[in-house]
Design a protein around this ligand. Sequence first.
Ligand code: ME8
Length: 515
Amino acid sequence: MEKFYITTAIDYPSGPPHLGHAYEKICADAVARWQRLKKKDVFFLTGTDEHGQKIAKYAQRAGKNPKEFVDETSQKFIQLCRKLSISNDDFVRTTEERHKDVARNIFMKIFEKGDIYKGYYEGLYCTDCETFYLEKELNGENCPVHKAKVEKVKEEGYFFRAGQYRERVQRHIIENPDFLLPGVRRNEVLKRLQGEVKDLSISRSRVRWGVSLPIDQKHVIYVWFDALINYISALNYPDGEKFSKYWPASLHLIGKDILWFHAFIWPAILMAADIELPQRMFVHGFINVGKEKLSKSKGITIDPLRLIEIYGSDALRYFLLREVSYGKDGDFSEDALIRRINSDLANDLGNFVYRVLTMVARYWDEEVPSPGNEEDIDRTLRELCLKTVSEVDKKIDNLQFSEALARIWKLIQAANGYIEETAPWALAKNSADRARLGTVLYWQLEALRFIATLLFSFIPASALKIWQQLGMDEELMTDGLDGIKKWGKLKPGRKVKRGEPLFPRIEAAPVAQPG
Ligand code: ME8
């Protein structure tokens, strides 16, 4: 079975999760679910990045020791995954021994190779980014991302000869056009790789909160060097079965602010450790609120857990996947969320489901009818169902979730149009039209089966409800995309059951506000 290993970035649990964290997990989940539907052996990893100066600072502010602090805050991220129906197979925390052992192992491997040396570093540091900046990159004295004052830092430390890997990474990106997407991010990295690339300081002595250095207990491993290793520590590198099975990763999903670490530093670390590079990384943009970037440190945050409580997980998933074009920035507003719920989910989808099942209850005693001969109008709907599956498949491969959903909505609209044109209520009036009525209802049920299956990656809880209303059994639900694509899978005589409306209309904006 073909394997598919997908990861998200691991989040800083310096406070509760924000909408950007939710977005990345939702995107990764949509891909993971789709790949499982395609019968791939999927391993989906997410987690939390729990060491470093930033976490230590937030723990201190909360009056807790860092371990106590991350034990609490990381739970919110785990809870977010559950509430969002994220189907991750593992959740890695960098404070776990299984991770720390691998971080030390990789450090030693590179050290023994001679690619780590002792020196002094000096520079301007932003704790919130856990990154050094050049003077020319700053806004006055402030970090360009968090707008907070950077610190002048000078200390003894260990350096990774990252600069030495500049050309190899550059060549890899050029020779593998799919390695780093979208193109705009690829160009950004290639441009930076044309200039000088400095070695990376990968230890800290001022910060005590981290993985201690195997060769010098006065230092801890720099949080970024530590964090990137999560992608292999969770697979039990080097000897784990999972590592040999799933590495190299098929897809890393990351946001644009951590591009350099993933597109240059991570490949350089892997090259130094003689480990294969991931196959692909796909960079997304930011979710903004009124053009401002969400950020715990700037106090602009939207609590996804609260939105889920009010609107439901599927509504939030749908909104983010439909409204934001992957790779570009997107804006969140509650009004826009409500508009999407009412027009797309309650009206288009909800009505279709409700109408079909109501008619089958009314005209066919809640049973799947036997279909008769296919007419032109039926063929058109059937062919559209099949075509939509292939189109959605291609779109998901390119992380074009919004376009994939647009295709599915085209199908829903066509299926709603089919009801209008075939007018089952008119056919029901005349017993001579009974066979035709059965065919028309059957076609609607089959279209609904296709729609629910296509939606499973995006809004899984609702798709499952539709499957259950269609009386689909386990076998049909887990049939995989190829099986599902076979028209005529619903068995005549099977009982169907109309449920509650999937998405009730929302009349006015309730209480969730930017926190
Ligand atoms: O960067 N919109 O953690 P993090 C969309 N621990 N995505 C956003 C976002 C927004 N407004 N804000 C952040 C870290 N993200 C490191 C990662 S990986 C080895 C270590 C994305 O909690 C961000 O781009 O700051 C990143 O991909 C993820 O959320 C975690 O961000």
